[in-house]
Structures are given as C-alpha cells and as structure tokens.
Design a protein around this ligand. Structure first.
Ligand SMILES: Cc1cc2nc3c(=O)[nH]c(=O)nc-3n(C[C@H](O)[C@H](O)[C@H](O)COP(=O)(O)OP(=O)(O)OC[C@H]3O[C@@H](n4cnc5c(N)ncnc54)[C@H](O)[C@@H]3O)c2cc1C
Length: 294
C-alpha cells in the first residue's frame, strides 16, 4: 500500500513527488511519455535556465530528480480509479493501492472528428460505462477507442450486454499485452467513422466507406483515460473540463488531490510546479493526519 499515488509525471506530478518523497511518504508516480511538454523544443520562460531548454530535457531532469530522492516511477497508463476505504488504481500492468491520490494528468485535447458525436451526448453517446451501462441491458453497444482504456470499458459493459463492438475509427488497435486476450471477447471494427445518426437518440454509425451499423449506445473511451474521465466515474466535481479543487488542492473526494493543467487556469510549467508543490504538502498533511487517527 502506498501513502500516495501520483498520476502524471509532468511538472505538476513530479514537483509534488519531490515533497512527498522527502517527507518519507511511500510514493508511486505513474505516467506516460506524453506530457504537453514532451515535444516542445524551446522553453525560455521557466525560472533558472539562462538558455532555452527542450521540454524533453526538463521532463527527464525532473524524473531523474525524483528517482535520485528515492521515488518510484512506472511508465504505465491508468485506466481506472476506485475508492473505498483506500484508492485502487488499475493500470495495464496491474492494481496499486494508496491512501491518497494526486491527479496531475494534464489536459490533453482529444480530437474526435465525428459528426453528431457531441449532439448525441446523453442521448445514446456516453463517456461513462459505470454511470450509464445499466441503461443498455442486452442491447447492442459500441466502444469508441483503440487503446487499453477502450478494452477496459468494453469489459465493464459485459455486466450489461454481450453484444459489444470496439470501433477504432481507422486506427490499428494499440492494446498492451495484458489487454490483448480481453479484446478477443469483442468484435473489432477498424473502419473510420464518418458520422452518427439518430433523430432524438443514437440509431446508427455511418462509416467513411458508406456502410452503416445500427447501434443502441456508444461509449467514448478514446486514447488514454483523462482526468475528466476519472472524474465522471468517481463523482469528482468539474467545470469546463477542469477538475475543481479547494485552496488545499483537494477535490470533493476525500483524499483525492489535483494539480497542474488538469485544474485549468494559467496552463504553464511554473504554475504546474507551484500547484504540485502545494498539493504535495497538503497530501503530506492528509496522510499524517490519517496515521495519527489510528
Ligand atoms: C506545444 C506546447 C508548448 C508549451 N510551451 C510552454 C512553455 O514554453 N512554457 C511554459 O511554461 N509552458 C508551456 N506549455 C504548457 C506546459 O506544457 C503545461 O502547462 C505543463 O506541462 C503542465 O504540466 P502538468 O504536469 O499539469 O501536465 P503534463 O505536463 O501534460 O503531464 C501530464 C502527465 O499525466 C500523464 N497522464 C495523463 N493521463 C494519464 C493516464 N490515464 N495514465 C497515466 N498517466 C497519465 C501524462 O502521461 C503526463 O505524464 C506548453 C504546452 C504545449 C502544448
């Protein structure tokens, strides 16, 4: 059991970890190599560097710093967060448990250029299998996505129906080893999707080649799970795709904190680092108070 699991190894997550690790909190950082900074070749507005540096360099330095201090970083995708008396974090590689969680997942824009997707949200198009799966008992549903998160959502939907297709929208599936076997339980349709049709409610998917399939519900699980995907399932309050936190960087879910681009505002490295530091400090207080309570 970890004291804290930090999701995201960008400036916010790593900055928070520097505090939690040095306060002797058992800290696990989980992230992928897709920080907003990853491909930025010139940063010249971050304190302390007289010459421009690349995003990759800054991220690597941060990771090395956390590891040097004793932090544990794993390169993995988080696909689910559950909360009971502790947090359960599911990734492609396994499950991890912690007393507190810090979401530092950034705010990557998912571009899904499918006509009528937005218009049919809440009317056959859903972003949350846990919230809406129940409405599709024994019906034909689809999951839109091509990574582990899509397979995970399809597996969740098996509790309600067996008629499930994963629509990759023209992408080759990028399922990791742990999800390849699971994906065999589902039909996989790789055709690019042109549009969704349905008068008041989703009725069919129309593909770019002109073919079509009738469908009752479509669950969007595109690319990796984002902070808003996690938020929907856990009941975390959001506003305009940003996680809402109080002045202690805490969400409305006890023990769950958030920092950096995922909470919106002035999206810059300096802001993410500052918020990460504050969140780290607040996580330390939270975990120590928990320990004192027993
Ligand atoms: C092109 C570009 C150029 C920029 N240039 C500058 C600049 O010059 N100066 C400046 O100050 N700011 C710049 N920014 C903004 C800056 O990059 C962000 O403000 C900063 O990176 C935010 O840090 P963060 O830690 O909140 O999120 P990010 O750096 O985006 O990190 C998010 C982390 O969360 C992880 N993650 C997300 N979802 C999951 C999941 N499901 N499972 C596991 N891990 C997950 C990601 O893998 C990543 O490690 C730029 C942004 C862009 C896009």
């Amino acid at each position: 059991m970890f004291d804290v699991i930090i999701i995201g190894k960008g400036p916010a997550g790593i900055s928070a970890s520097l505090y939690t690790i040095r306060a002797n909190l058992k800290t696990l950082i989980i992230g992928m190599n897709d920080s907003a900074l990853y491909k930025t070749d010139k940063i010249e507005n971050y304190y302390g560097f007289s010459e421009p540096i690349s995003g990759y360099y800054l991220l690597k330095q941060g990771e090395n710093q956390a590891v040097r201090l004793g932090g544990e970083i794993i390169h993995d995708e988080v696909i689910e967060i559950k909360k009971s008396d502790k947090f359960e974090i599911t990734t492609a590689k396994g499950k991890f448990y912690s007393k507190a969680v810090l979401m530092a997942t950034g705010q990557k824009q998912k571009r899904i250029n499918i006509q009528n997707l937005k218009e049919l949200e809440g009317n056959g198009v859903s972003y949350c299998s846990t919230c809406d799966g129940f409405f599709y008992n024994d019906l034909k549903v689809g999951v839109l996505g091509f990574k582990d998160y899509a397979v995970h959502e399809a597996v969740e939907l098996l509790a309600f129906t067996k008629d499930i297709t994963i629509y990759t929208n023209g992408f080759e599936p990028e399922f990791s080893q742990g999800f390849i076997d699971e994906s065999k339980k589902f039909n996989i349709n790789k055709k690019p999707v042109a549009r969704l049709e349905g008068k008041d409610f989703l009725q069919r998917i129309v593909f770019e080649d002109g073919s079509r399939e009738n469908i009752d519900g479509l669950f969007v699980a595109y690319e990796s799970a984002s902070s808003t995907d996690f938020a929907r399932k856990l009941g975390v309050l959001t506003q305009d795709s940003s996680i809402l936190v109080n002045s202690d960087m805490q969400t409305n879910i006890e023990g769950m904190f958030a920092a950096g681009d995922c909470i919106g505002g002035f999206k810059q490295i300096a802001t993410a680092v500052g918020q990460g530091a504050l969140a780290g400090r607040k996580v330390i207080e939270y975990v120590r108070n928990m320990k004192n309570a027993f």
